[in-house]
Design a protein around this ligand. Structure first.
Ligand SMILES: Cc1ncc(COP(=O)(O)O)c(C=O)c1O
Length: 411
């Protein structure tokens, strides 16, 4: 889908065929969707794959339908593997990124005094999971400091903490939910490999908008959703488990008849692949929709997407930067397509509703989502706008103008 024609002046090269991409995206007709960090708009092939399978289930029976589509179901693993430079056998389907994360954590035999080393910008649910491990297993949770300019985690300081604590787990979120920050996950990974430390990466907001290569990152485990920048259906995600971890025999705490063979009344044996992290029951229509979404993303091309999407966000930030009463909160040298800002004179819900009324989809973030980051920035809430490659420059300018008008209305 690399091309020439473009609906409006392009932000970056090579050009994407925006007319075709938008025609493929029914939601583009009804809304300015700047909530891709919440859930991307599905493209027609994704919708078709999902709905057709539900129709097939209704027509011939659910078990029979999954048998008839076995090759396409297997393509879920192959497509994700291609996307992140892994082998299909290292990919497990999960119902959400959080589900994948919990499964991964459950495979680690935490003991009292074990250290989890993470960052101040890791996802809220990951932070709660670490605190829950602290409560139940006496695990110590250590947060690496940020660089003084707020541009993300201080990798040198994090590496020093790795050497000092020998953590049982190092965990980092590639792109946090609460800002456009991009964390240096590959740099962290190099230290983990050097020190042979288990490394878990949350790539929930990066897959589909930035290149994610598990070899380059050097992670053992990686989690993501399919519904955000990959534009898959809701209720989907995946877990990558490295060959090294699979070979070590790691398995989730609860493993079912899909993940293991019951070899004798008192024995079971986990399967060799990452299927040991899956469950027997699959939402097949969703899995097929995800496979279609990943194939679609690969056809569009992660390279052009990863240039255009953050560039649209940069254009939006530039449009908001000098507005009176608006404070753009994103930091870091090359932010991703999550644009966050605080606005004075408004309460969160009415502000979001005012944008809804103008046909603009957005999301709110609250202090609770990002205790460290929002504490540092001294904000209680912010609005998050997250364009994707199928959005246009005109939409960006329309949204910036809407924010300007609303910010001005309270002055
Ligand atoms: C960085 C990050 N990690 C994890 C998640 C959780 O994803 P899910 O809702 O699929 O569990 C989110 C969701 O917003 C996220 O932004």
């Amino acid at each position: 889908m690399k091309t020439q024609d473009s609906a409006s002046a392009p932000t970056s090269e090579p050009l994407l065929d925006l007319v075709a991409l938008r025609a493929d995206t029914p939601g583009c007709e009804s809304v300015i969707h700047f909530n891709n960090a919440g859930c991307g708009l599905m493209a027609r092939p994704v919708l078709r794959a999902t709905v057709e399978h539900l129709e097939l289930e209704a027509a011939i029976g659910g078990y029979e339908a999954s048998a008839a589509r076995a090759a396409e179901v297997a393509d879920f693993h192959a497509a994700i593997a291609e996307l992140i430079n892994a082998r299909p056998g290292t990919i497990a389907f999960a119902g959400s990124a959080t589900h994948a994360y919990a499964k991964a954590l459950s495979a680690i035999d935490f003991r009292p005094g074990d250290v989890v080393l993470t960052t101040r910008n890791d996802f809220i649910s990951n932070q709660i999971a670490f605190l829950s491990l602290r409560r139940r297993h006496g695990v110590e949770v250590v947060h690496a400091p940020d660089l003084p300019d707020g541009g993300g985690v201080d990798v040198a300081a994090m590496a020093a903490l790795m050497r000092a604590h020998r953590p049982r787990l190092v965990a980092a979120t590639h792109v946090p939910t609460n800002s456009g920050l991009v964390q240096p996950v590959a740099e962290i990974g190099r230290h983990c490999r050097e020190l042979d430390l288990l490394y878990l990466v949350d790539a929930c907001q990066s897959v589909g908008q930035l290149p994610v290569d598990v070899e380059e990152i050097g992670c053992d485990l990686l989690t993501a959703t399919c519904r955000k920048f990959l534009r898959g259906p809701r209720g989907s995600g995946f877990l990558y488990v490295s060959e090294r971890v699979l070979r070590s025999g790691a398995e989730p705490l609860f493993i079912d008849m899909h993940g293991a063979r019951w070899t004798a009344p008192g024995e079971y044996r986990p399967v060799d692949t990452a299927a040991r992290f899956e469950e027997w029951e699959f939402p097949y229509a969703t899995v097929l929709g995800c496979a279609a979404a990943v194939r679609y993303a690969l056809r569009v091309g992660i390279a052009p997407v990863s240039r255009r999407t953050p560039a649209l966000a940069a254009r939006l930030r530039a449009g908001l930067a000098d507005l009176p009463g608006v404070r753009v909160l994103d930091r870091g040298p090359a932010p991703a397509a999550l644009v966050t800002f605080a606005v004075t004179g408004w309460q969160p819900q009415p502000f979001k509703r005012a944008l809804d009324d103008r046909g603009v989809n957005s999301a709110l973030s609250f202090r609770e989502f990002a205790q460290f980051d929002f504490g540092d920035k001294d904000v209680e809430w912010c609005l998050r706008l997250s364009p994707h490659y199928y959005n246009t420059e005109d939409e960006v300018d329309t949204v910036a103008a809407a924010v300007a008008e609303l910010a001005d209305a309270t002055r």
